[in-house]
Design a protein around this ligand. Structure first.
Ligand code: SF4
Ligand code: SF4
Length: 324
């Protein structure tokens, strides 16, 4: 069972983080901080001042680091290394340290796909994965697994995961409408059979079909994302995870408008285990909110990816919550 450290108090949390960094990053000369710099226009994604207390600790301990994210597949300032880096610098991230946003990679073969894992993360002595916990249109919930299962992979692999989760009709449709009701985009319409409009490949419609006549092109989105995160982590020399339960929006930081805040702020988590930290974040939010806000707003709870990541060997879903 993995330890997950939890506090609502930032000062207590930072004291623990300092101890954990000292213990876990001994003899590390260069740390990659895997972070999402936020889509232009998004007001609830991380800001440099959120992360500065952690980079201050690294500076105090004389640990070199750089901040890293990979380019995205869709049309955005974040879709190529140069414009993404310039955008991040303009947003003030350069004040914290060096920014890297390139797409150099090595191929890692998984059960479902060959994943292009970003070389900057593989080459670093350790990866500090700092995640903003929030909702996500494809996975319901997004935390550490999402941070690596998209953000540690190239734009090509991001596209392969979305494509791989798309539905294909393989049998006789009874026009029951379950798939239409499950589509978070509202773009799937059932006529004499399902007609797929704009599709992000979330696989919700495939899960929902009671007659199993919808199949994914490759596998469920949650499985592909989880496998991507697991194969990336397997190539890191070391990893440690920090998650912020703050500004929990319906949608993710890749959206310029991530929708409404769907839960209160619940503090900070840290763990050497990327699966345990997501399970703990999910559990804390649901327990305190008294309902599954991810299922309510995004039509998927989010534990599908967590269980899949455990199956792919990324970590353990059972955790020991240590309140600081
Ligand atoms: S996979 Fe299915 S539910 Fe998801 S966006 Fe595409 S059509 Fe809609
Ligand atoms: S859920 Fe399956 S059977 Fe029902 S309308 Fe959709 S494809 Fe047809």
């Amino acid at each position: 069972m993995a330890n997950v450290y939890y506090s609502k108090n930032q000062e207590n949390f930072l004291l623990k983080i300092k101890e954990e960094i000292k213990d876990n990053f001994k003899n590390c000369n260069k740390i990659a901080i895997k972070i999402h710099f936020g889509e232009p226009g998004n007001k609830t994604a991380f800001k440099p001042e959120d992360i500065k207390p952690i980079t201050d600790i690294l500076n105090e301990l004389n640990i070199n680091f750089f901040l890293f994210d990979s380019p995205v597949k869709y049309n955005s300032l974040r879709d190529n290394p140069d414009s993404y880096k310039n955008f991040a610098i303009k947003k003030g991230w350069g004040r914290l340290g060096e920014i890297r946003t390139n797409d150099e990679h090595i191929d890692v073969k998984g059960e479902n796909l060959t994943y292009e894992v970003c070389k900057e993360l593989i080459d670093a002595d350790a990866v500090l994965v700092i995640s903003h916990v929030k909702g996500h249109v494809c996975t319901g919930f997004g935390g550490a697994i999402k941070n690596l299962g998209m953000g540690a992979l190239t734009k090509k692999t991001k596209g392969d995961i979305h494509y791989g989760g798309e539905p294909v009709l393989v049998g006789e449709c009874t026009q029951c409408g379950a798939c239409e009701r499950a589509c978070p985009l509202g773009t799937l319409k059932v006529k004499d059979k399902p007609v797929f409009g704009i599709c992000y490949g979330c696989s919700n419609c495939v899960y929902a079909c009671p007659n199993s006549v919808l199949k994914t092109r490759v596998n469920y989105f949650d499985f592909l994302l989880a496998e991507g995160a697991a194969v990336a982590q397997s190539k890191f020399k070391k990893a440690y995870y920090v998650s912020f339960l703050k500004n929990i929006t319906q949608l993710c930081d890749c959206e310029s408008d991530p929708g409404e805040i769907i839960a209160n702020d619940y503090g900070f988590l840290a763990s050497p285990d990327g699966v345990a930290i997501d399970m703990a974040a999910h559990g804390i939010i649901l327990k305190n909110e008294g309902e599954d806000v991810f299922l309510k707003y995004n039509k998927k709870s989010g534990t599908e990816q967590v269980k899949a990541a455990e199956k792919f060997g990324m970590g353990q879903s059972k955790y020991n919550l240590m309140e600081l």
